[in-house]
Design a protein. Structure first.
Lengths: 316, 439
């Protein structure tokens, strides 16, 4: 965004003869040939397993069978519009929005709180950091199995302890009003420690001298947080928010293990909806269409946030 | 989770490529098996396959654990699509029709004929109630391996405490309601002991609805044709209304949708005095209950009738003849009276092979554990398990609505109308190709 550079550009693009360009390209290509050769094996595998699969999704999204024994035929955007009008899909999108906002904000807030409290390294704070980081090390599937026992109605750990204070407790995973929030608690528990790491790293980058100067000028802890620490942490916030939102869409292991989207689709998230279309309904066309929609939304979101980040970095 | 599975599959495939079977060596076959109930089934399966390999040098079978019944269907389909089908699969008995419609099963008639037996002789080994889910269009597609029926489990100690006689278990819904009321304990608003618990999670919920509907005189689905279900009917309305009454009117059943393992834990811990659960959980209850328990038939409202559950052995389509033959050897061995009986004693499922109950080991076992007899006796009134085109989504159409009712969000009638509408929509493509395809 700097205004100094564009002045130099016209010189570089002042159309040189065509042959010259070709020659220059050949030379450049020859020079970097070994590099391309070295990259070739990974490029082949990337093409086969990443882009090939993505290309297949694009193609699959355009085809559909009318009846079980009928051949696949080209249907254009019919699959996409069928997915968009499916109440189960819109329900999953709404659930996913609630889930994303409801897990990102609390886990980021907790992570920041932990990081601020444990920023100074000593024996106690490193032990506490390790304790808070522990949930990250537990695989999501194992954590879900643990929480299934914690959430068991009447006999689970949660009911055993809270049951002494409150007389009537909900069936945590069996009540369609509560299940999504029960699942969100696990995500927050699991991710807060992970995001804490980023904030701890971000806090190291807050300049000591500025903090000292503020201290000397008589700025209290709140003033220092509000006017120095938080502005310095802006890039970290942005990055962690993107990660948190991506996690909200791509981590559905606990839904698989604990509720399978139920009861009555109340914990159905977009990725689980895709899974259901692909394997339960055996409808690859719709599953691919839903995948494309999700991919588009995620890429749009990521591009937007990284552009904001780039703007910020480049700005004064 | 998906990635690690994919990775594991990749490693397995790489392994298979790196060590091709020697021309003279044994035929290598894979058996996919699910673990759908409580207990240590995976270890027992290892023991069984080890014994098979030791006694059959020509075949080397490998047992591959594939998760729940639903997961096993998914993985089998993925393997078929990838061109590497397993040689045999223990498949939920009600998925066979759907797989046959999708051309994913090997018709077993030829293999039976090659053995010199007729279809009637072959099927005659198994309890008649199991034929419905193994035979499609008069061809055999599955061999019953382990089967179950739902049972009523009663905590006998608690029943005595409440002044009830556990040797005369409730036989009708009226009696069961009465028992459940007497077995429920309250402290103010809080229930400290539930009278009865019935599981409702995807898969179990549909099976329990079929159980209650059948004992209320109903059918749930069209046994002869995969394109119809009977959700919006008086028999199912009565069944769902009674279940709803247990929760909201009598308050003797925990509200919400509770999965099977949570129900059995609740029963074992004494938090629920009665439960309806599969016979497949019988061994788990026997090993873990620290109180006297009693199992009984599912009580009736109109008639005594229950669906079967459990799984059949199938051979996926698209296998080489050699592997097909090896798989058939394994299947016949696993469903023989001795092995069938051994598996039944290890798991609590009943043995589908009738001759298993005449083996000395089994006679001995039944004398020691008379509770294992109940499931076998109940077979006289058992009927096939619902199987339609797209069984899982059609079942889920009903389950989602039942869960809404159990959570107090919908009335039974309204829920069943919605379930019927959704299921008709799911079945539409199949009907368009069959019942509604007119000359």
């Amino acid at each position: 965004m700097s205004l100094a550079e564009p002045a130099a550009l016209p010189v570089a693009t002042s159309a040189p003869p065509r042959l010259d360009v070709l020659k220059r390209l050949t030379i450049r290509f020859k020079a970097s040939l070994p590099a391309y050769l070295l990259l070739l094996p990974s490029l082949v595998f990337l093409a086969l397993f990443t882009y090939g699969a993505m290309g297949r999704v694009f193609v699959d999204a355009l085809y559909q069978r009318a009846t079980p024994k009928a051949p696949l035929r080209f249907v254009g955007l019919d699959n996409i519009s069928a997915v968009l009008t499916d109440p189960a899909f819109t329900g999953a999108v709404v659930n996913n929005l609630i889930y994303a906002v409801g897990t990102a904000i609390p886990s980021i807030a907790l992570a920041l709180l932990f990081a601020l409290a444990l920023a100074r390294t000593n024996a106690v704070s490193s032990a506490l950091r390790a304790a808070l980081f522990l949930p990250v090390l537990i695989p999501m599937v194992a954590a879900s199995a643990l929480f299934m026992f914690i959430f068991l109605p009447n006999v689970g750990l949660l009911d055993y302890y809270i049951g002494r204070l409150l007389p009537v407790l909900p069936n945590w995973l069996g009540d369609s009003d509560v299940a999504l929030y029960a699942i969100m608690v696990i995500t927050i528990w699991k991710n807060a420690g992970y995001y804490m790491l980023f904030f701890l790293a971000g806090l190291q980058a807050v300049p000591e001298d500025v903090m000292e100067a503020a201290h000397l000028d008589g700025a209290g802890p709140y003033m220092r947080l509000r006017h120095i620490i938080l502005p310095e942490l802006k890039p970290t916030f942005l990055f962690v928010t993107v990660i948190a939102i991506l996690n909200a869409v791509t981590q559905v292991d606990h839904v698989f293990v604990m509720t399978q989207g139920g009861p009555s689709n109340s914990t159905n998230l977009v990725l689980f909806y895709i899974y259901q279309q692909a394997v339960e309904h055996y409808d690859i066309g719709r599953a691919s269409a839903a995948t494309l929609l999700t991919l588009a939304a995620l890429m749009g979101l990521t591009a937007l946030s990284f552009r904001t980040m780039a703007n910020r970095e480049g700005g004064p | 989770m998906l990635f690690s599975r994919r990775l594991a599959l990749g490693i397995a495939m790489a392994g298979a490529l790196a060590f091709p079977a020697f021309a003279e060596g044994p035929t290598e076959i894979d058996l996919f098996f699910p673990v759908p109930v409580d207990g240590k089934l995976a270890r027992d399966m290892g023991t069984l396959i080890k014994e098979f390999n030791e006694t059959h040098p020509g075949v080397k079978a490998t047992a591959v654990y594939t998760g729940s019944y639903d997961d096993t269907l998914i993985k089998t389909r993925a393997a078929i699509k990838a061109g590497k089908p397993p040689s045999a699969v223990i498949m939920s008995a009600n998925f066979l029709l759907d797989m046959q419609i999708e051309n994913e099963l090997t018709n077993l008639d030829a293999l039976i004929k090659a053995d010199g037996t007729t279809k009637e002789q072959f099927l005659g080994q198994f309890f008649p109630a199991l034929h419905g889910n193994a035979v499609i269009n008069r061809s055999v597609y599955g061999v019953p391996f382990h089967n179950s029926t739902p049972l009523l489990y009663i905590n006998a100690d608690k029943a005595k405490e409440a002044g009830l006689d556990p040797s005369k278990p409730p036989q009708t819904w009226a009696e069961l309601t009465d028992w459940a009321k007497k077995l429920t304990k309250r402290e103010g608003d809080k229930v400290t002991q539930w009278g009865i618990a019935i599981p409702c999670a995807y898969d179990y919920c549909g099976w329990m609805m079929e159980t209650l509907t059948m004992s209320n005189g109903g059918r749930y689905y069209n046994e002869e044709f995969g394109g119809e279900v009977y959700y919006d009917t008086p028999s199912m309305l009565g069944a769902l209304s009674w279940w709803n009454d247990l929760v909201t009117k009598h308050k003797v059943h925990p509200p919400g949708a509770t999965p099977g393992p949570a129900v059995s834990t609740s029963f074992i811990s004494g938090n629920a005095a009665m439960m309806m659960l599969s016979t497949g959980s019988l061994t788990y209850v026997r090993d873990n209950a620290k109180f006297a328990y009693k199992v009984a038939f599912i009580p009736r409202n109109v008639r005594n009738a229950v669906p079967i559950g459990g799984a059949s052995l199938i051979v996926p389509a698209g296998l080489e003849a050699e592997k097909q033959k090896a798989a058939w050897t394994l299947i016949k061995w696993m469903t023989s009276p001795e092995k069938s009986g051994w598996w039944s004693r290890a798991t609590g499922y009943f043995a589908p092979n009738m001759a298993a109950y005449k083996t000395p080991d089994m006679v001995d076992f039944l004398n020691k554990n008379p509770d294992a007899k109940t499931a076998v006796e109940q077979l006289d009134v058992a009927k096939p398990w619902f199987a339609t085109y797209k069984t899982v989504p059609v079942r889920k159409n009903l389950e989602d609505e039942v869960m809404l009712v159990l959570n107090g969000k919908k009335q039974p009638k309204e829920a069943l109308v919605a379930a019927q509408k959704a299921a008709d929509e799911t079945l539409k493509p199949y009907n368009a190709e069959t019942s509604l395809k007119l000359p």
